[in-house]
Design a binder for this molecule. Sequence first.
Ligand SMILES: Cc1cc2nc3c(=O)[nH]c(=O)nc-3n(C[C@H](O)[C@H](O)[C@H](O)COP(=O)(O)OP(=O)(O)OC[C@H]3O[C@@H](n4cnc5c(N)ncnc54)[C@H](O)[C@@H]3O)c2cc1C
Length: 391
Amino acid sequence: MKQYPYIIVGGGMTADAAVNGIRRRDRDGEILIISDEPFPPYQRPPLSKKLWLGMRMEETWLPGWQRQRGVTLLLGSAVAAIDAEARTVVLWTGAAYEYGQLLLATGGRPRTLDSGGSRVFYPGNMVEHIRLFQTLQEPTEVLVVGGGFIGSEMTAVLSSAGHSVTWLMAEREPFIDFLPDTLRSRVLQEYHAHGVALHGGQQVTGFETADSEVVAVTESGQRFQGSVAVAGLGFIPNDELARPLGLTAEKGGVKVDALLRTAQDGIWAAGDVSVLGAEGALMMHEDHAVTQGRRAGENMAGAAKPYDHLPFYYSDIYDFGYEAIGECRLTLDVVEDWVVPGEEGVVYYLMDGQVRGVLNWNVWDGVPKARDLIQSGQRWSKGELIGQIRN
Ligand SMILES: Cc1cc2nc3c(=O)[nH]c(=O)nc-3n(C[C@H](O)[C@H](O)[C@H](O)COP(=O)(O)OP(=O)(O)OC[C@H]3O[C@@H](n4cnc5c(N)ncnc54)[C@H](O)[C@@H]3O)c2cc1C
């Protein structure tokens, strides 16, 4: 049986970053990446953004692992089980490999509804996006289901690309707990300007498909018809390999300590699948995947550095782009600092005068400063916050 000092299960952004992390400390140790996808590591965020607006598929590839010596990539190969005693991973094909250190970078997959055939799309990985891309070659009536970040981005890009979009969500309006009124109404105006028919308060429970149409059926019995449906219903962690080893958190995900170790010697986890600490939650964002993946790689190669990064996430909607860090929810006190209301500015979310979250709206390079404000624990008056981040 072939032995590798490092095996990474999953070939996403976390895996790519982990290779870079390992190579910071170990220039030669052989690395095996095992991925069940047919593609080398690629960036996922452009799939729901620039890919629809002219970006070429190959621009999403992450070249990091290719530049490193001693990295073998096994594509289209799913790991079926881990034998922690024997320190081996076993593929569904029966092939087995022995590891020195093993990283679980298996990410997450879209939550799905039981019903619905090939006209229902769950935009997660590249294969599903290509399938959707091939289907939407002509202007099409699309149902987008879900008011979260995938739903909001897919509605924006598909309506920009000339499709007629009906957007259904359980919430009364999108961003209802997140964006203050000034901003939310500006964003909704943009969706309306692109012809989006928005229906809030519609909990979709299933799909019916027939010939060339799909119908989304809601809890209240309403029916919405389109040619295809695109559902963004959240993601669930791919933690199945860790379950038999007792390494999963109650709400799902693989539990890790500050060094990103699981409770099993030689097994680490990072990225969308990991849950940090006893009170931790899943963090399914690029900055988290990249920084945690890199740190896991360094630690697998002996660094013993804690992961204490406060990650941000970002999104694009039409010509708006935002970066959010910390707790950005309207149950906190809100201070708005606009250059142009609804177009460019910063929203602070505070508790007892302390900054808990920051939203930079069409304001760039403000994440480090926002992180400092949150981590300082200092109390701020509204006047003191104005101009802290924006120019
Ligand atoms: C469409 C889309 C848009 C996004 N946009 C943004 C954004 O704008 N901003 C942002 O901050 N974040 C965004 N994200 C989130 C970000 O892309 C993820 O947080 C990041 O890609 C997670 O990387 P990962 O490597 O941990 O997991 P994944 O990317 O899920 O990769 C895990 C890989 O492991 C494979 N795998 C799973 N189980 C096995 C197994 N048993 N054997 C072999 N392989 C296995 C999976 O197939 C997958 O290839 C977006 C995500 C998606 C899907």
